[in-house]
Ligand binder design. Structure first.
Ligand code: ADP
Ligand code: NI
Length: 222
């Protein structure tokens, strides 16, 4: 089993190399999953892990590697997963550590999983950290960047908020940045796994609600 508190020399080396790997691979990624998303999620994961008493090494490593095999970023997620696992084993991670990180990444990112619950405290921490990066000021900024990149409007009162949608509709349908807050981002607070995550989500959620109120007021010319 993993040591629950400290990161040893071997593990610190792996984390340094994993950060370099993520930076190299995601530097020019433009859909909101760039290196700086990884950086923020990793910082949040470290903080939440400390509060929750989760293994800091597993949390940090999973956060650093969590998007490398994402369906949105690579053509073949299966191959991406295999590469990520091999990378860990080649960089002195133990078989247990690598298996744990893979289990976290697989459960977090495969949309087909239909939102399967995270199995370990470390998984719960990293999933919360990833979701928190979709909330607050950063969440607002990412959403407008994403919509702009897709050529979608920031808002259109004639495009209704969708209550139910298939994964295809979620990715491709008619959408606006403002609708995305209602279709997804405002639902994240209630999906938090950890106490610490929930507390941070409450604050970031409130900021988004305030933003939406102001957006609406200003839209009406008030
Ligand atoms: P995940 O982070 O779970 O992989 P996404 O790729 O769906 O999820 O979302 C990453 C970020 O991109 C979201 O937090 C959001 O800001 C933005 N985003 C995703 N889908 C949309 C959309 N349809 N409209 C606006 N922004 C979106
Ligand atoms: Ni992510």
């Amino acid at each position: 089993m993993e040591d629950n508190r400290r990161i040893d020399e071997r593990q610190a080396g792996i984390l340094r190399e994993a950060a370099a790997l993520a930076k190299g691979e995601l530097e020019h990624e433009g859909s909101g999953h760039d290196w700086w998303h990884i950086y923020r999620v990793t910082e949040l994961a470290k903080r939440i892990a400390a509060e929750e008493g989760a293994d800091p090494f597993i949390c940090e490593l999973a956060a650093l590697l969590h998007d490398l095999a994402d369906e949105k970023l690579v053509d073949d997620p299966e191959a991406g997963m295999k590469r990520t696992e091999n990378w860990m084993l080649e960089h002195e991670a133990t078989a247990d550590e690598a298996a744990h990180v893979m289990e976290i990444i697989a459960t977090m990112s495969f949309k087909g999983g239909g939102g399967a619950a995270m199995k370990t405290p470390e998984g719960r921490v990293v999933q919360d950290a990833d979701r928190l990066d979709a909330l607050g000021a950063i969440g607002i900024a990412r959403t407008f960047v994403y919509s702009g990149k897709k050529g979608r409007p920031m808002y259109d009162p004639n495009i209704p908020v969708r209550q139910e949608m298939t994964p295809e509709e979620y990715r491709s349908g008619k959408d606006t940045a403002i609708n995305h807050f209602h279709e997804k981002l405002l639902k994240l607070r209630d999906l938090m796994n950890t106490e610490a995550g929930r507390r941070i989500a409450d604050d970031r959620h409130a900021f988004i609600e305030e933003f939406l109120l102001r957006f609406d007021r200003e839209w009406q010319g008030r």
